[in-house]
Design a protein around this ligand. Structure first.
Ligand code: SF4
Length: 367
């Protein structure tokens, strides 16, 4: 089913206002977008553009690049010009780079007011420059760099502290009639993070950028992000997401897109329905599922492939899928749209599934 027809969880989308990050809309009824951040030195323009191209191919909607020095700021015009997706410059400490990023043609700027000491005085100029250039801003509040004043007040970066910081910073822009911004309140603890976004969602109609900051290596970070984003998105909270992993950024995009697909917030593409295997398995399900997944990687059609270890649930699941195998006695029964089309020896299961998948995919519309 399309995203609109697919069953949705718990609550409809929260009504946030819509902003633009270059060609990508964020908030309102715009699809939840997926972001990542480059890990190359921004000064290495070619390497950064190469990484952006890889992210784009993996399904990234918006990319952020760090801008910690003048040399990085100098690289922004070329990166913004050549990138296939909107570029957001990530600025800490130095307001002058905000202006440089706007002049460079970046689609957005992320500011961390907790780290920009003279921020209050400069908001008016930043708001005017951003407005004139049609550039949006993210107010990125982060537990690790919370405003000192709030840290003292709350003792630690609690959900309330993050929200107070965000609401105050939002008001600074709003005082100057600037509304093209989204907000994030990131924390490395998914529970604190969820509570912060829940509270923030009640306080205004700002579009929200979700993130569990410093979520950890791939396994832990994936789970923390999936749990936190799932809790929020299932209740309609969140307009754009960034999964933070100590892993290559393409992995962040894969995880982000998989989270959105699992919640029916993005059309599902290839889906492998494979059983966990058990004492009844008559085939090595792990290897089989892995080989099939690998063989079909990058498939752009909504194909559901069942890989089942035995005949208990095997035929049932395999029948429900577009394509499937139910294994037993050294053989695999291959199902297509519920019909057994052939039985092949175990050694030919993978190649047969891949062959059939390609054939079915050709008749399907990419999503
Ligand atoms: Fe076990 Fe068969 Fe179920 Fe796989 S399909 S988990 S092998 S009973």
């Amino acid at each position: 089913p399309s995203v609109k027809e697919a069953p949705q969880l718990i609550a409809p989308r929260r009504k946030s206002r819509k902003i633009r990050v270059g060609k990508v809309e964020v908030g309102g009824d715009a699809p939840v977008s997926v972001q990542s951040m480059t890990t190359t030195p921004t000064t290495d323009i070619n390497a950064t553009l190469q990484q952006i191209a890889e992210l784009t191919a993996a399904g990234c909607d918006i990319v952020r690049v760090a801008c910690p020095s003048q040399d990085d700021a100098d690289a922004l015009p070329m990166i913004a010009k050549k990138s296939q997706i909107p570029v957001i410059a990530d600025i800490h400490f130095q307001p002058k780079y905000v202006f440089a990023a706007i002049d460079a043609g970046c689609a957005g700027v992320r500011v961390n007011p907790g780290n920009i000491r003279k921020f209050d005085d400069q908001v008016k100029e930043i708001a005017r420059a951003a407005k004139d250039a049609g550039v949006s801003i993210r107010i990125g509040v982060n537990a690790g760099s919370l405003d000192k004043r709030l840290l003292e007040k709350y003792g630690k970066p609690t959900a309330e502290a993050l929200v107070e910081s965000a609401v105050w910073e939002a008001s600074l822009f709003e005082e100057h009639d600037f509304h093209d911004f989204k907000i994030s309140v990131k924390h490395n603890d998914p529970v604190v993070m969820v509570r912060a976004y829940e509270q923030l969602a009640q306080r205004g109609d700002w579009p929200l950028h979700l993130g569990v900051t410093e979520a950890g290596p791939a396994f832990q970070g994936t789970i923390k992000s999936a749990v936190a984003f799932g809790a929020l998105l299932s209740r309609g909270i969140g307009d754009t997401i960034r999964v933070s992993l100590s892993a290559p950024p393409v992995e962040e995009i894969k995880v982000g897109n998989q989270i959105l697909q699992s919640l029916n917030l993005k059309p599902r593409k290839l889906e492998i329905v494979s059983c966990p295997s058990c004492g009844r398995a008559q085939v090595d399900v792990y290897t089989l599922a892995e080989q099939v997944t690998k063989g079909l990687e990058g498939m752009e059609v909504p194909l559901r492939v069942a890989v089942m270890g035995c005949v208990v649930n095997g035929p049932g699941e395999a029948r429900e899928a577009d394509l499937g195998v139910a294994s037993g006695n050294g053989k695999g029964q291959i199902f297509v749209k519920g019909e057994v089309i052939k039985t092949v020896p175990e050694s030919q299961i993978v190649e047969t599934l891949i062959e059939e998948a390609m054939r079915i995919a050709e008749e399907m519309e990419p999503v």
